[in-house]
Unconditional design. Sequence first.
Length: 447
Amino acid sequence: MKRQYFGTDGVRGKVGTFPMTADFAMKLGWAAGKVLGAAGTKEVLIGKDTRASGYMLESALEAGLSAAGVNIALAGPLPTPAVAYLTSTFRADAGVVISASHNPYYDNGIKFFSNSGTKLTDQQEAEIEALLEHALQYGIDYASSEKLGKARRIDDAPGRYIEFCKGTFPNSLSLAGLKIVVDCANGAAYKVAPAVFRELGGEVVAIHDKPDGININAHCGATHLDSLAAAVVAQQAHLGLALDGDADRIMLVDHNGVVVDGDEILYMLASTAKQNGTLQGGVVGTQMANLGLELALKALEIPFVRAKVGDRYVLEQLKAHNWVIGGENSGHILLLDKVSTGDAIVAALQVLAAMLQSGKPLAEFKLGMQKLPQVLINVRVEGDAAAILQSDAVKQAVSAAEHQLADSGRVLLRKSGTEPLIRVMVEAVDAELCRKMAEMIAYAVKS
């Protein structure tokens, strides 16, 4: 069944504009409660990031779930992966995260997790949407007063998650002697992330760790690395870690201030696992993964497959192949032997463990993979992105670029599943040609 509201990462949009309204959130909560409740759901755990709009949407979801006869456990501001983990450990029947991840504060979103800490299936989301459409047109059917859901607050959620994260780091290793700058993106991990790295022995310099409801992801975090790079160099730190607003993606910066992205993280983790004899199968990347990753893994005889962009599709491929390591160059890293969803803190800990094992600083440790020049241009669009992609002007621009690149590069266009954007990606051996072709296609999209 086709989904109308759920994208690659839940429902998302600008707050105050449909569908990110209190009325929609209440009806979405009701529909989700009815669908999940059909399987015997007794309690749903809700977490959120630090956006001011989270209070409004949390209350609306709580009302909708209660009206459906479902109990609610409120965890407060927590990373998305923490909600996935706690949903399982608290034996809740489902989890909800109120977050728009790396988006600006004026956006927000709602995504659901199953009782095992994984995202809902396409079928479940389609069933929720079907009931949601009914609610939007005709209103909701309330449970009788004695069957309305009740709400409670979880006071020790952050501490539980901190201990879980620390438990994924080898007991034989310590972060003592490492100076680490942690960019919390003024987001959901502003307390727990610095605590994890400090409690494992690291000297932590936390930046962008003072959320005010509107500064989440504002020129900071995993999508804005300049301030982290500057802080690492100024502090003479060994490396820097940048999380996004809900802490499900991670980007690194070495001691020189040079960015280390998700593709390089996948290479370091897979090559270390191969060396240790613990690699289970191969690695899943996406259509956006740099060709250099594929070539580096091939040299190590590590299988590699590409999934559609979106961690849900990476997860599908991992399960299909029975592998455990996958992710995106944007920093969504899946390590299924440790966690059920993308977890920035856990992924960072595994990179640090691998780096310590290698005995090399991050700048040297990553050198086994050489990235090809790649240009990504995000073009903001209005209207039907699919129609724009099928337009004659865009098709002609892509054809011309592919002719120019021949066998020395590739072109990928796709619409974002979380924002009104068309992403134009060009990869080529020749950096200047790569840039020119990407700009040509982007101009066609804008036109």
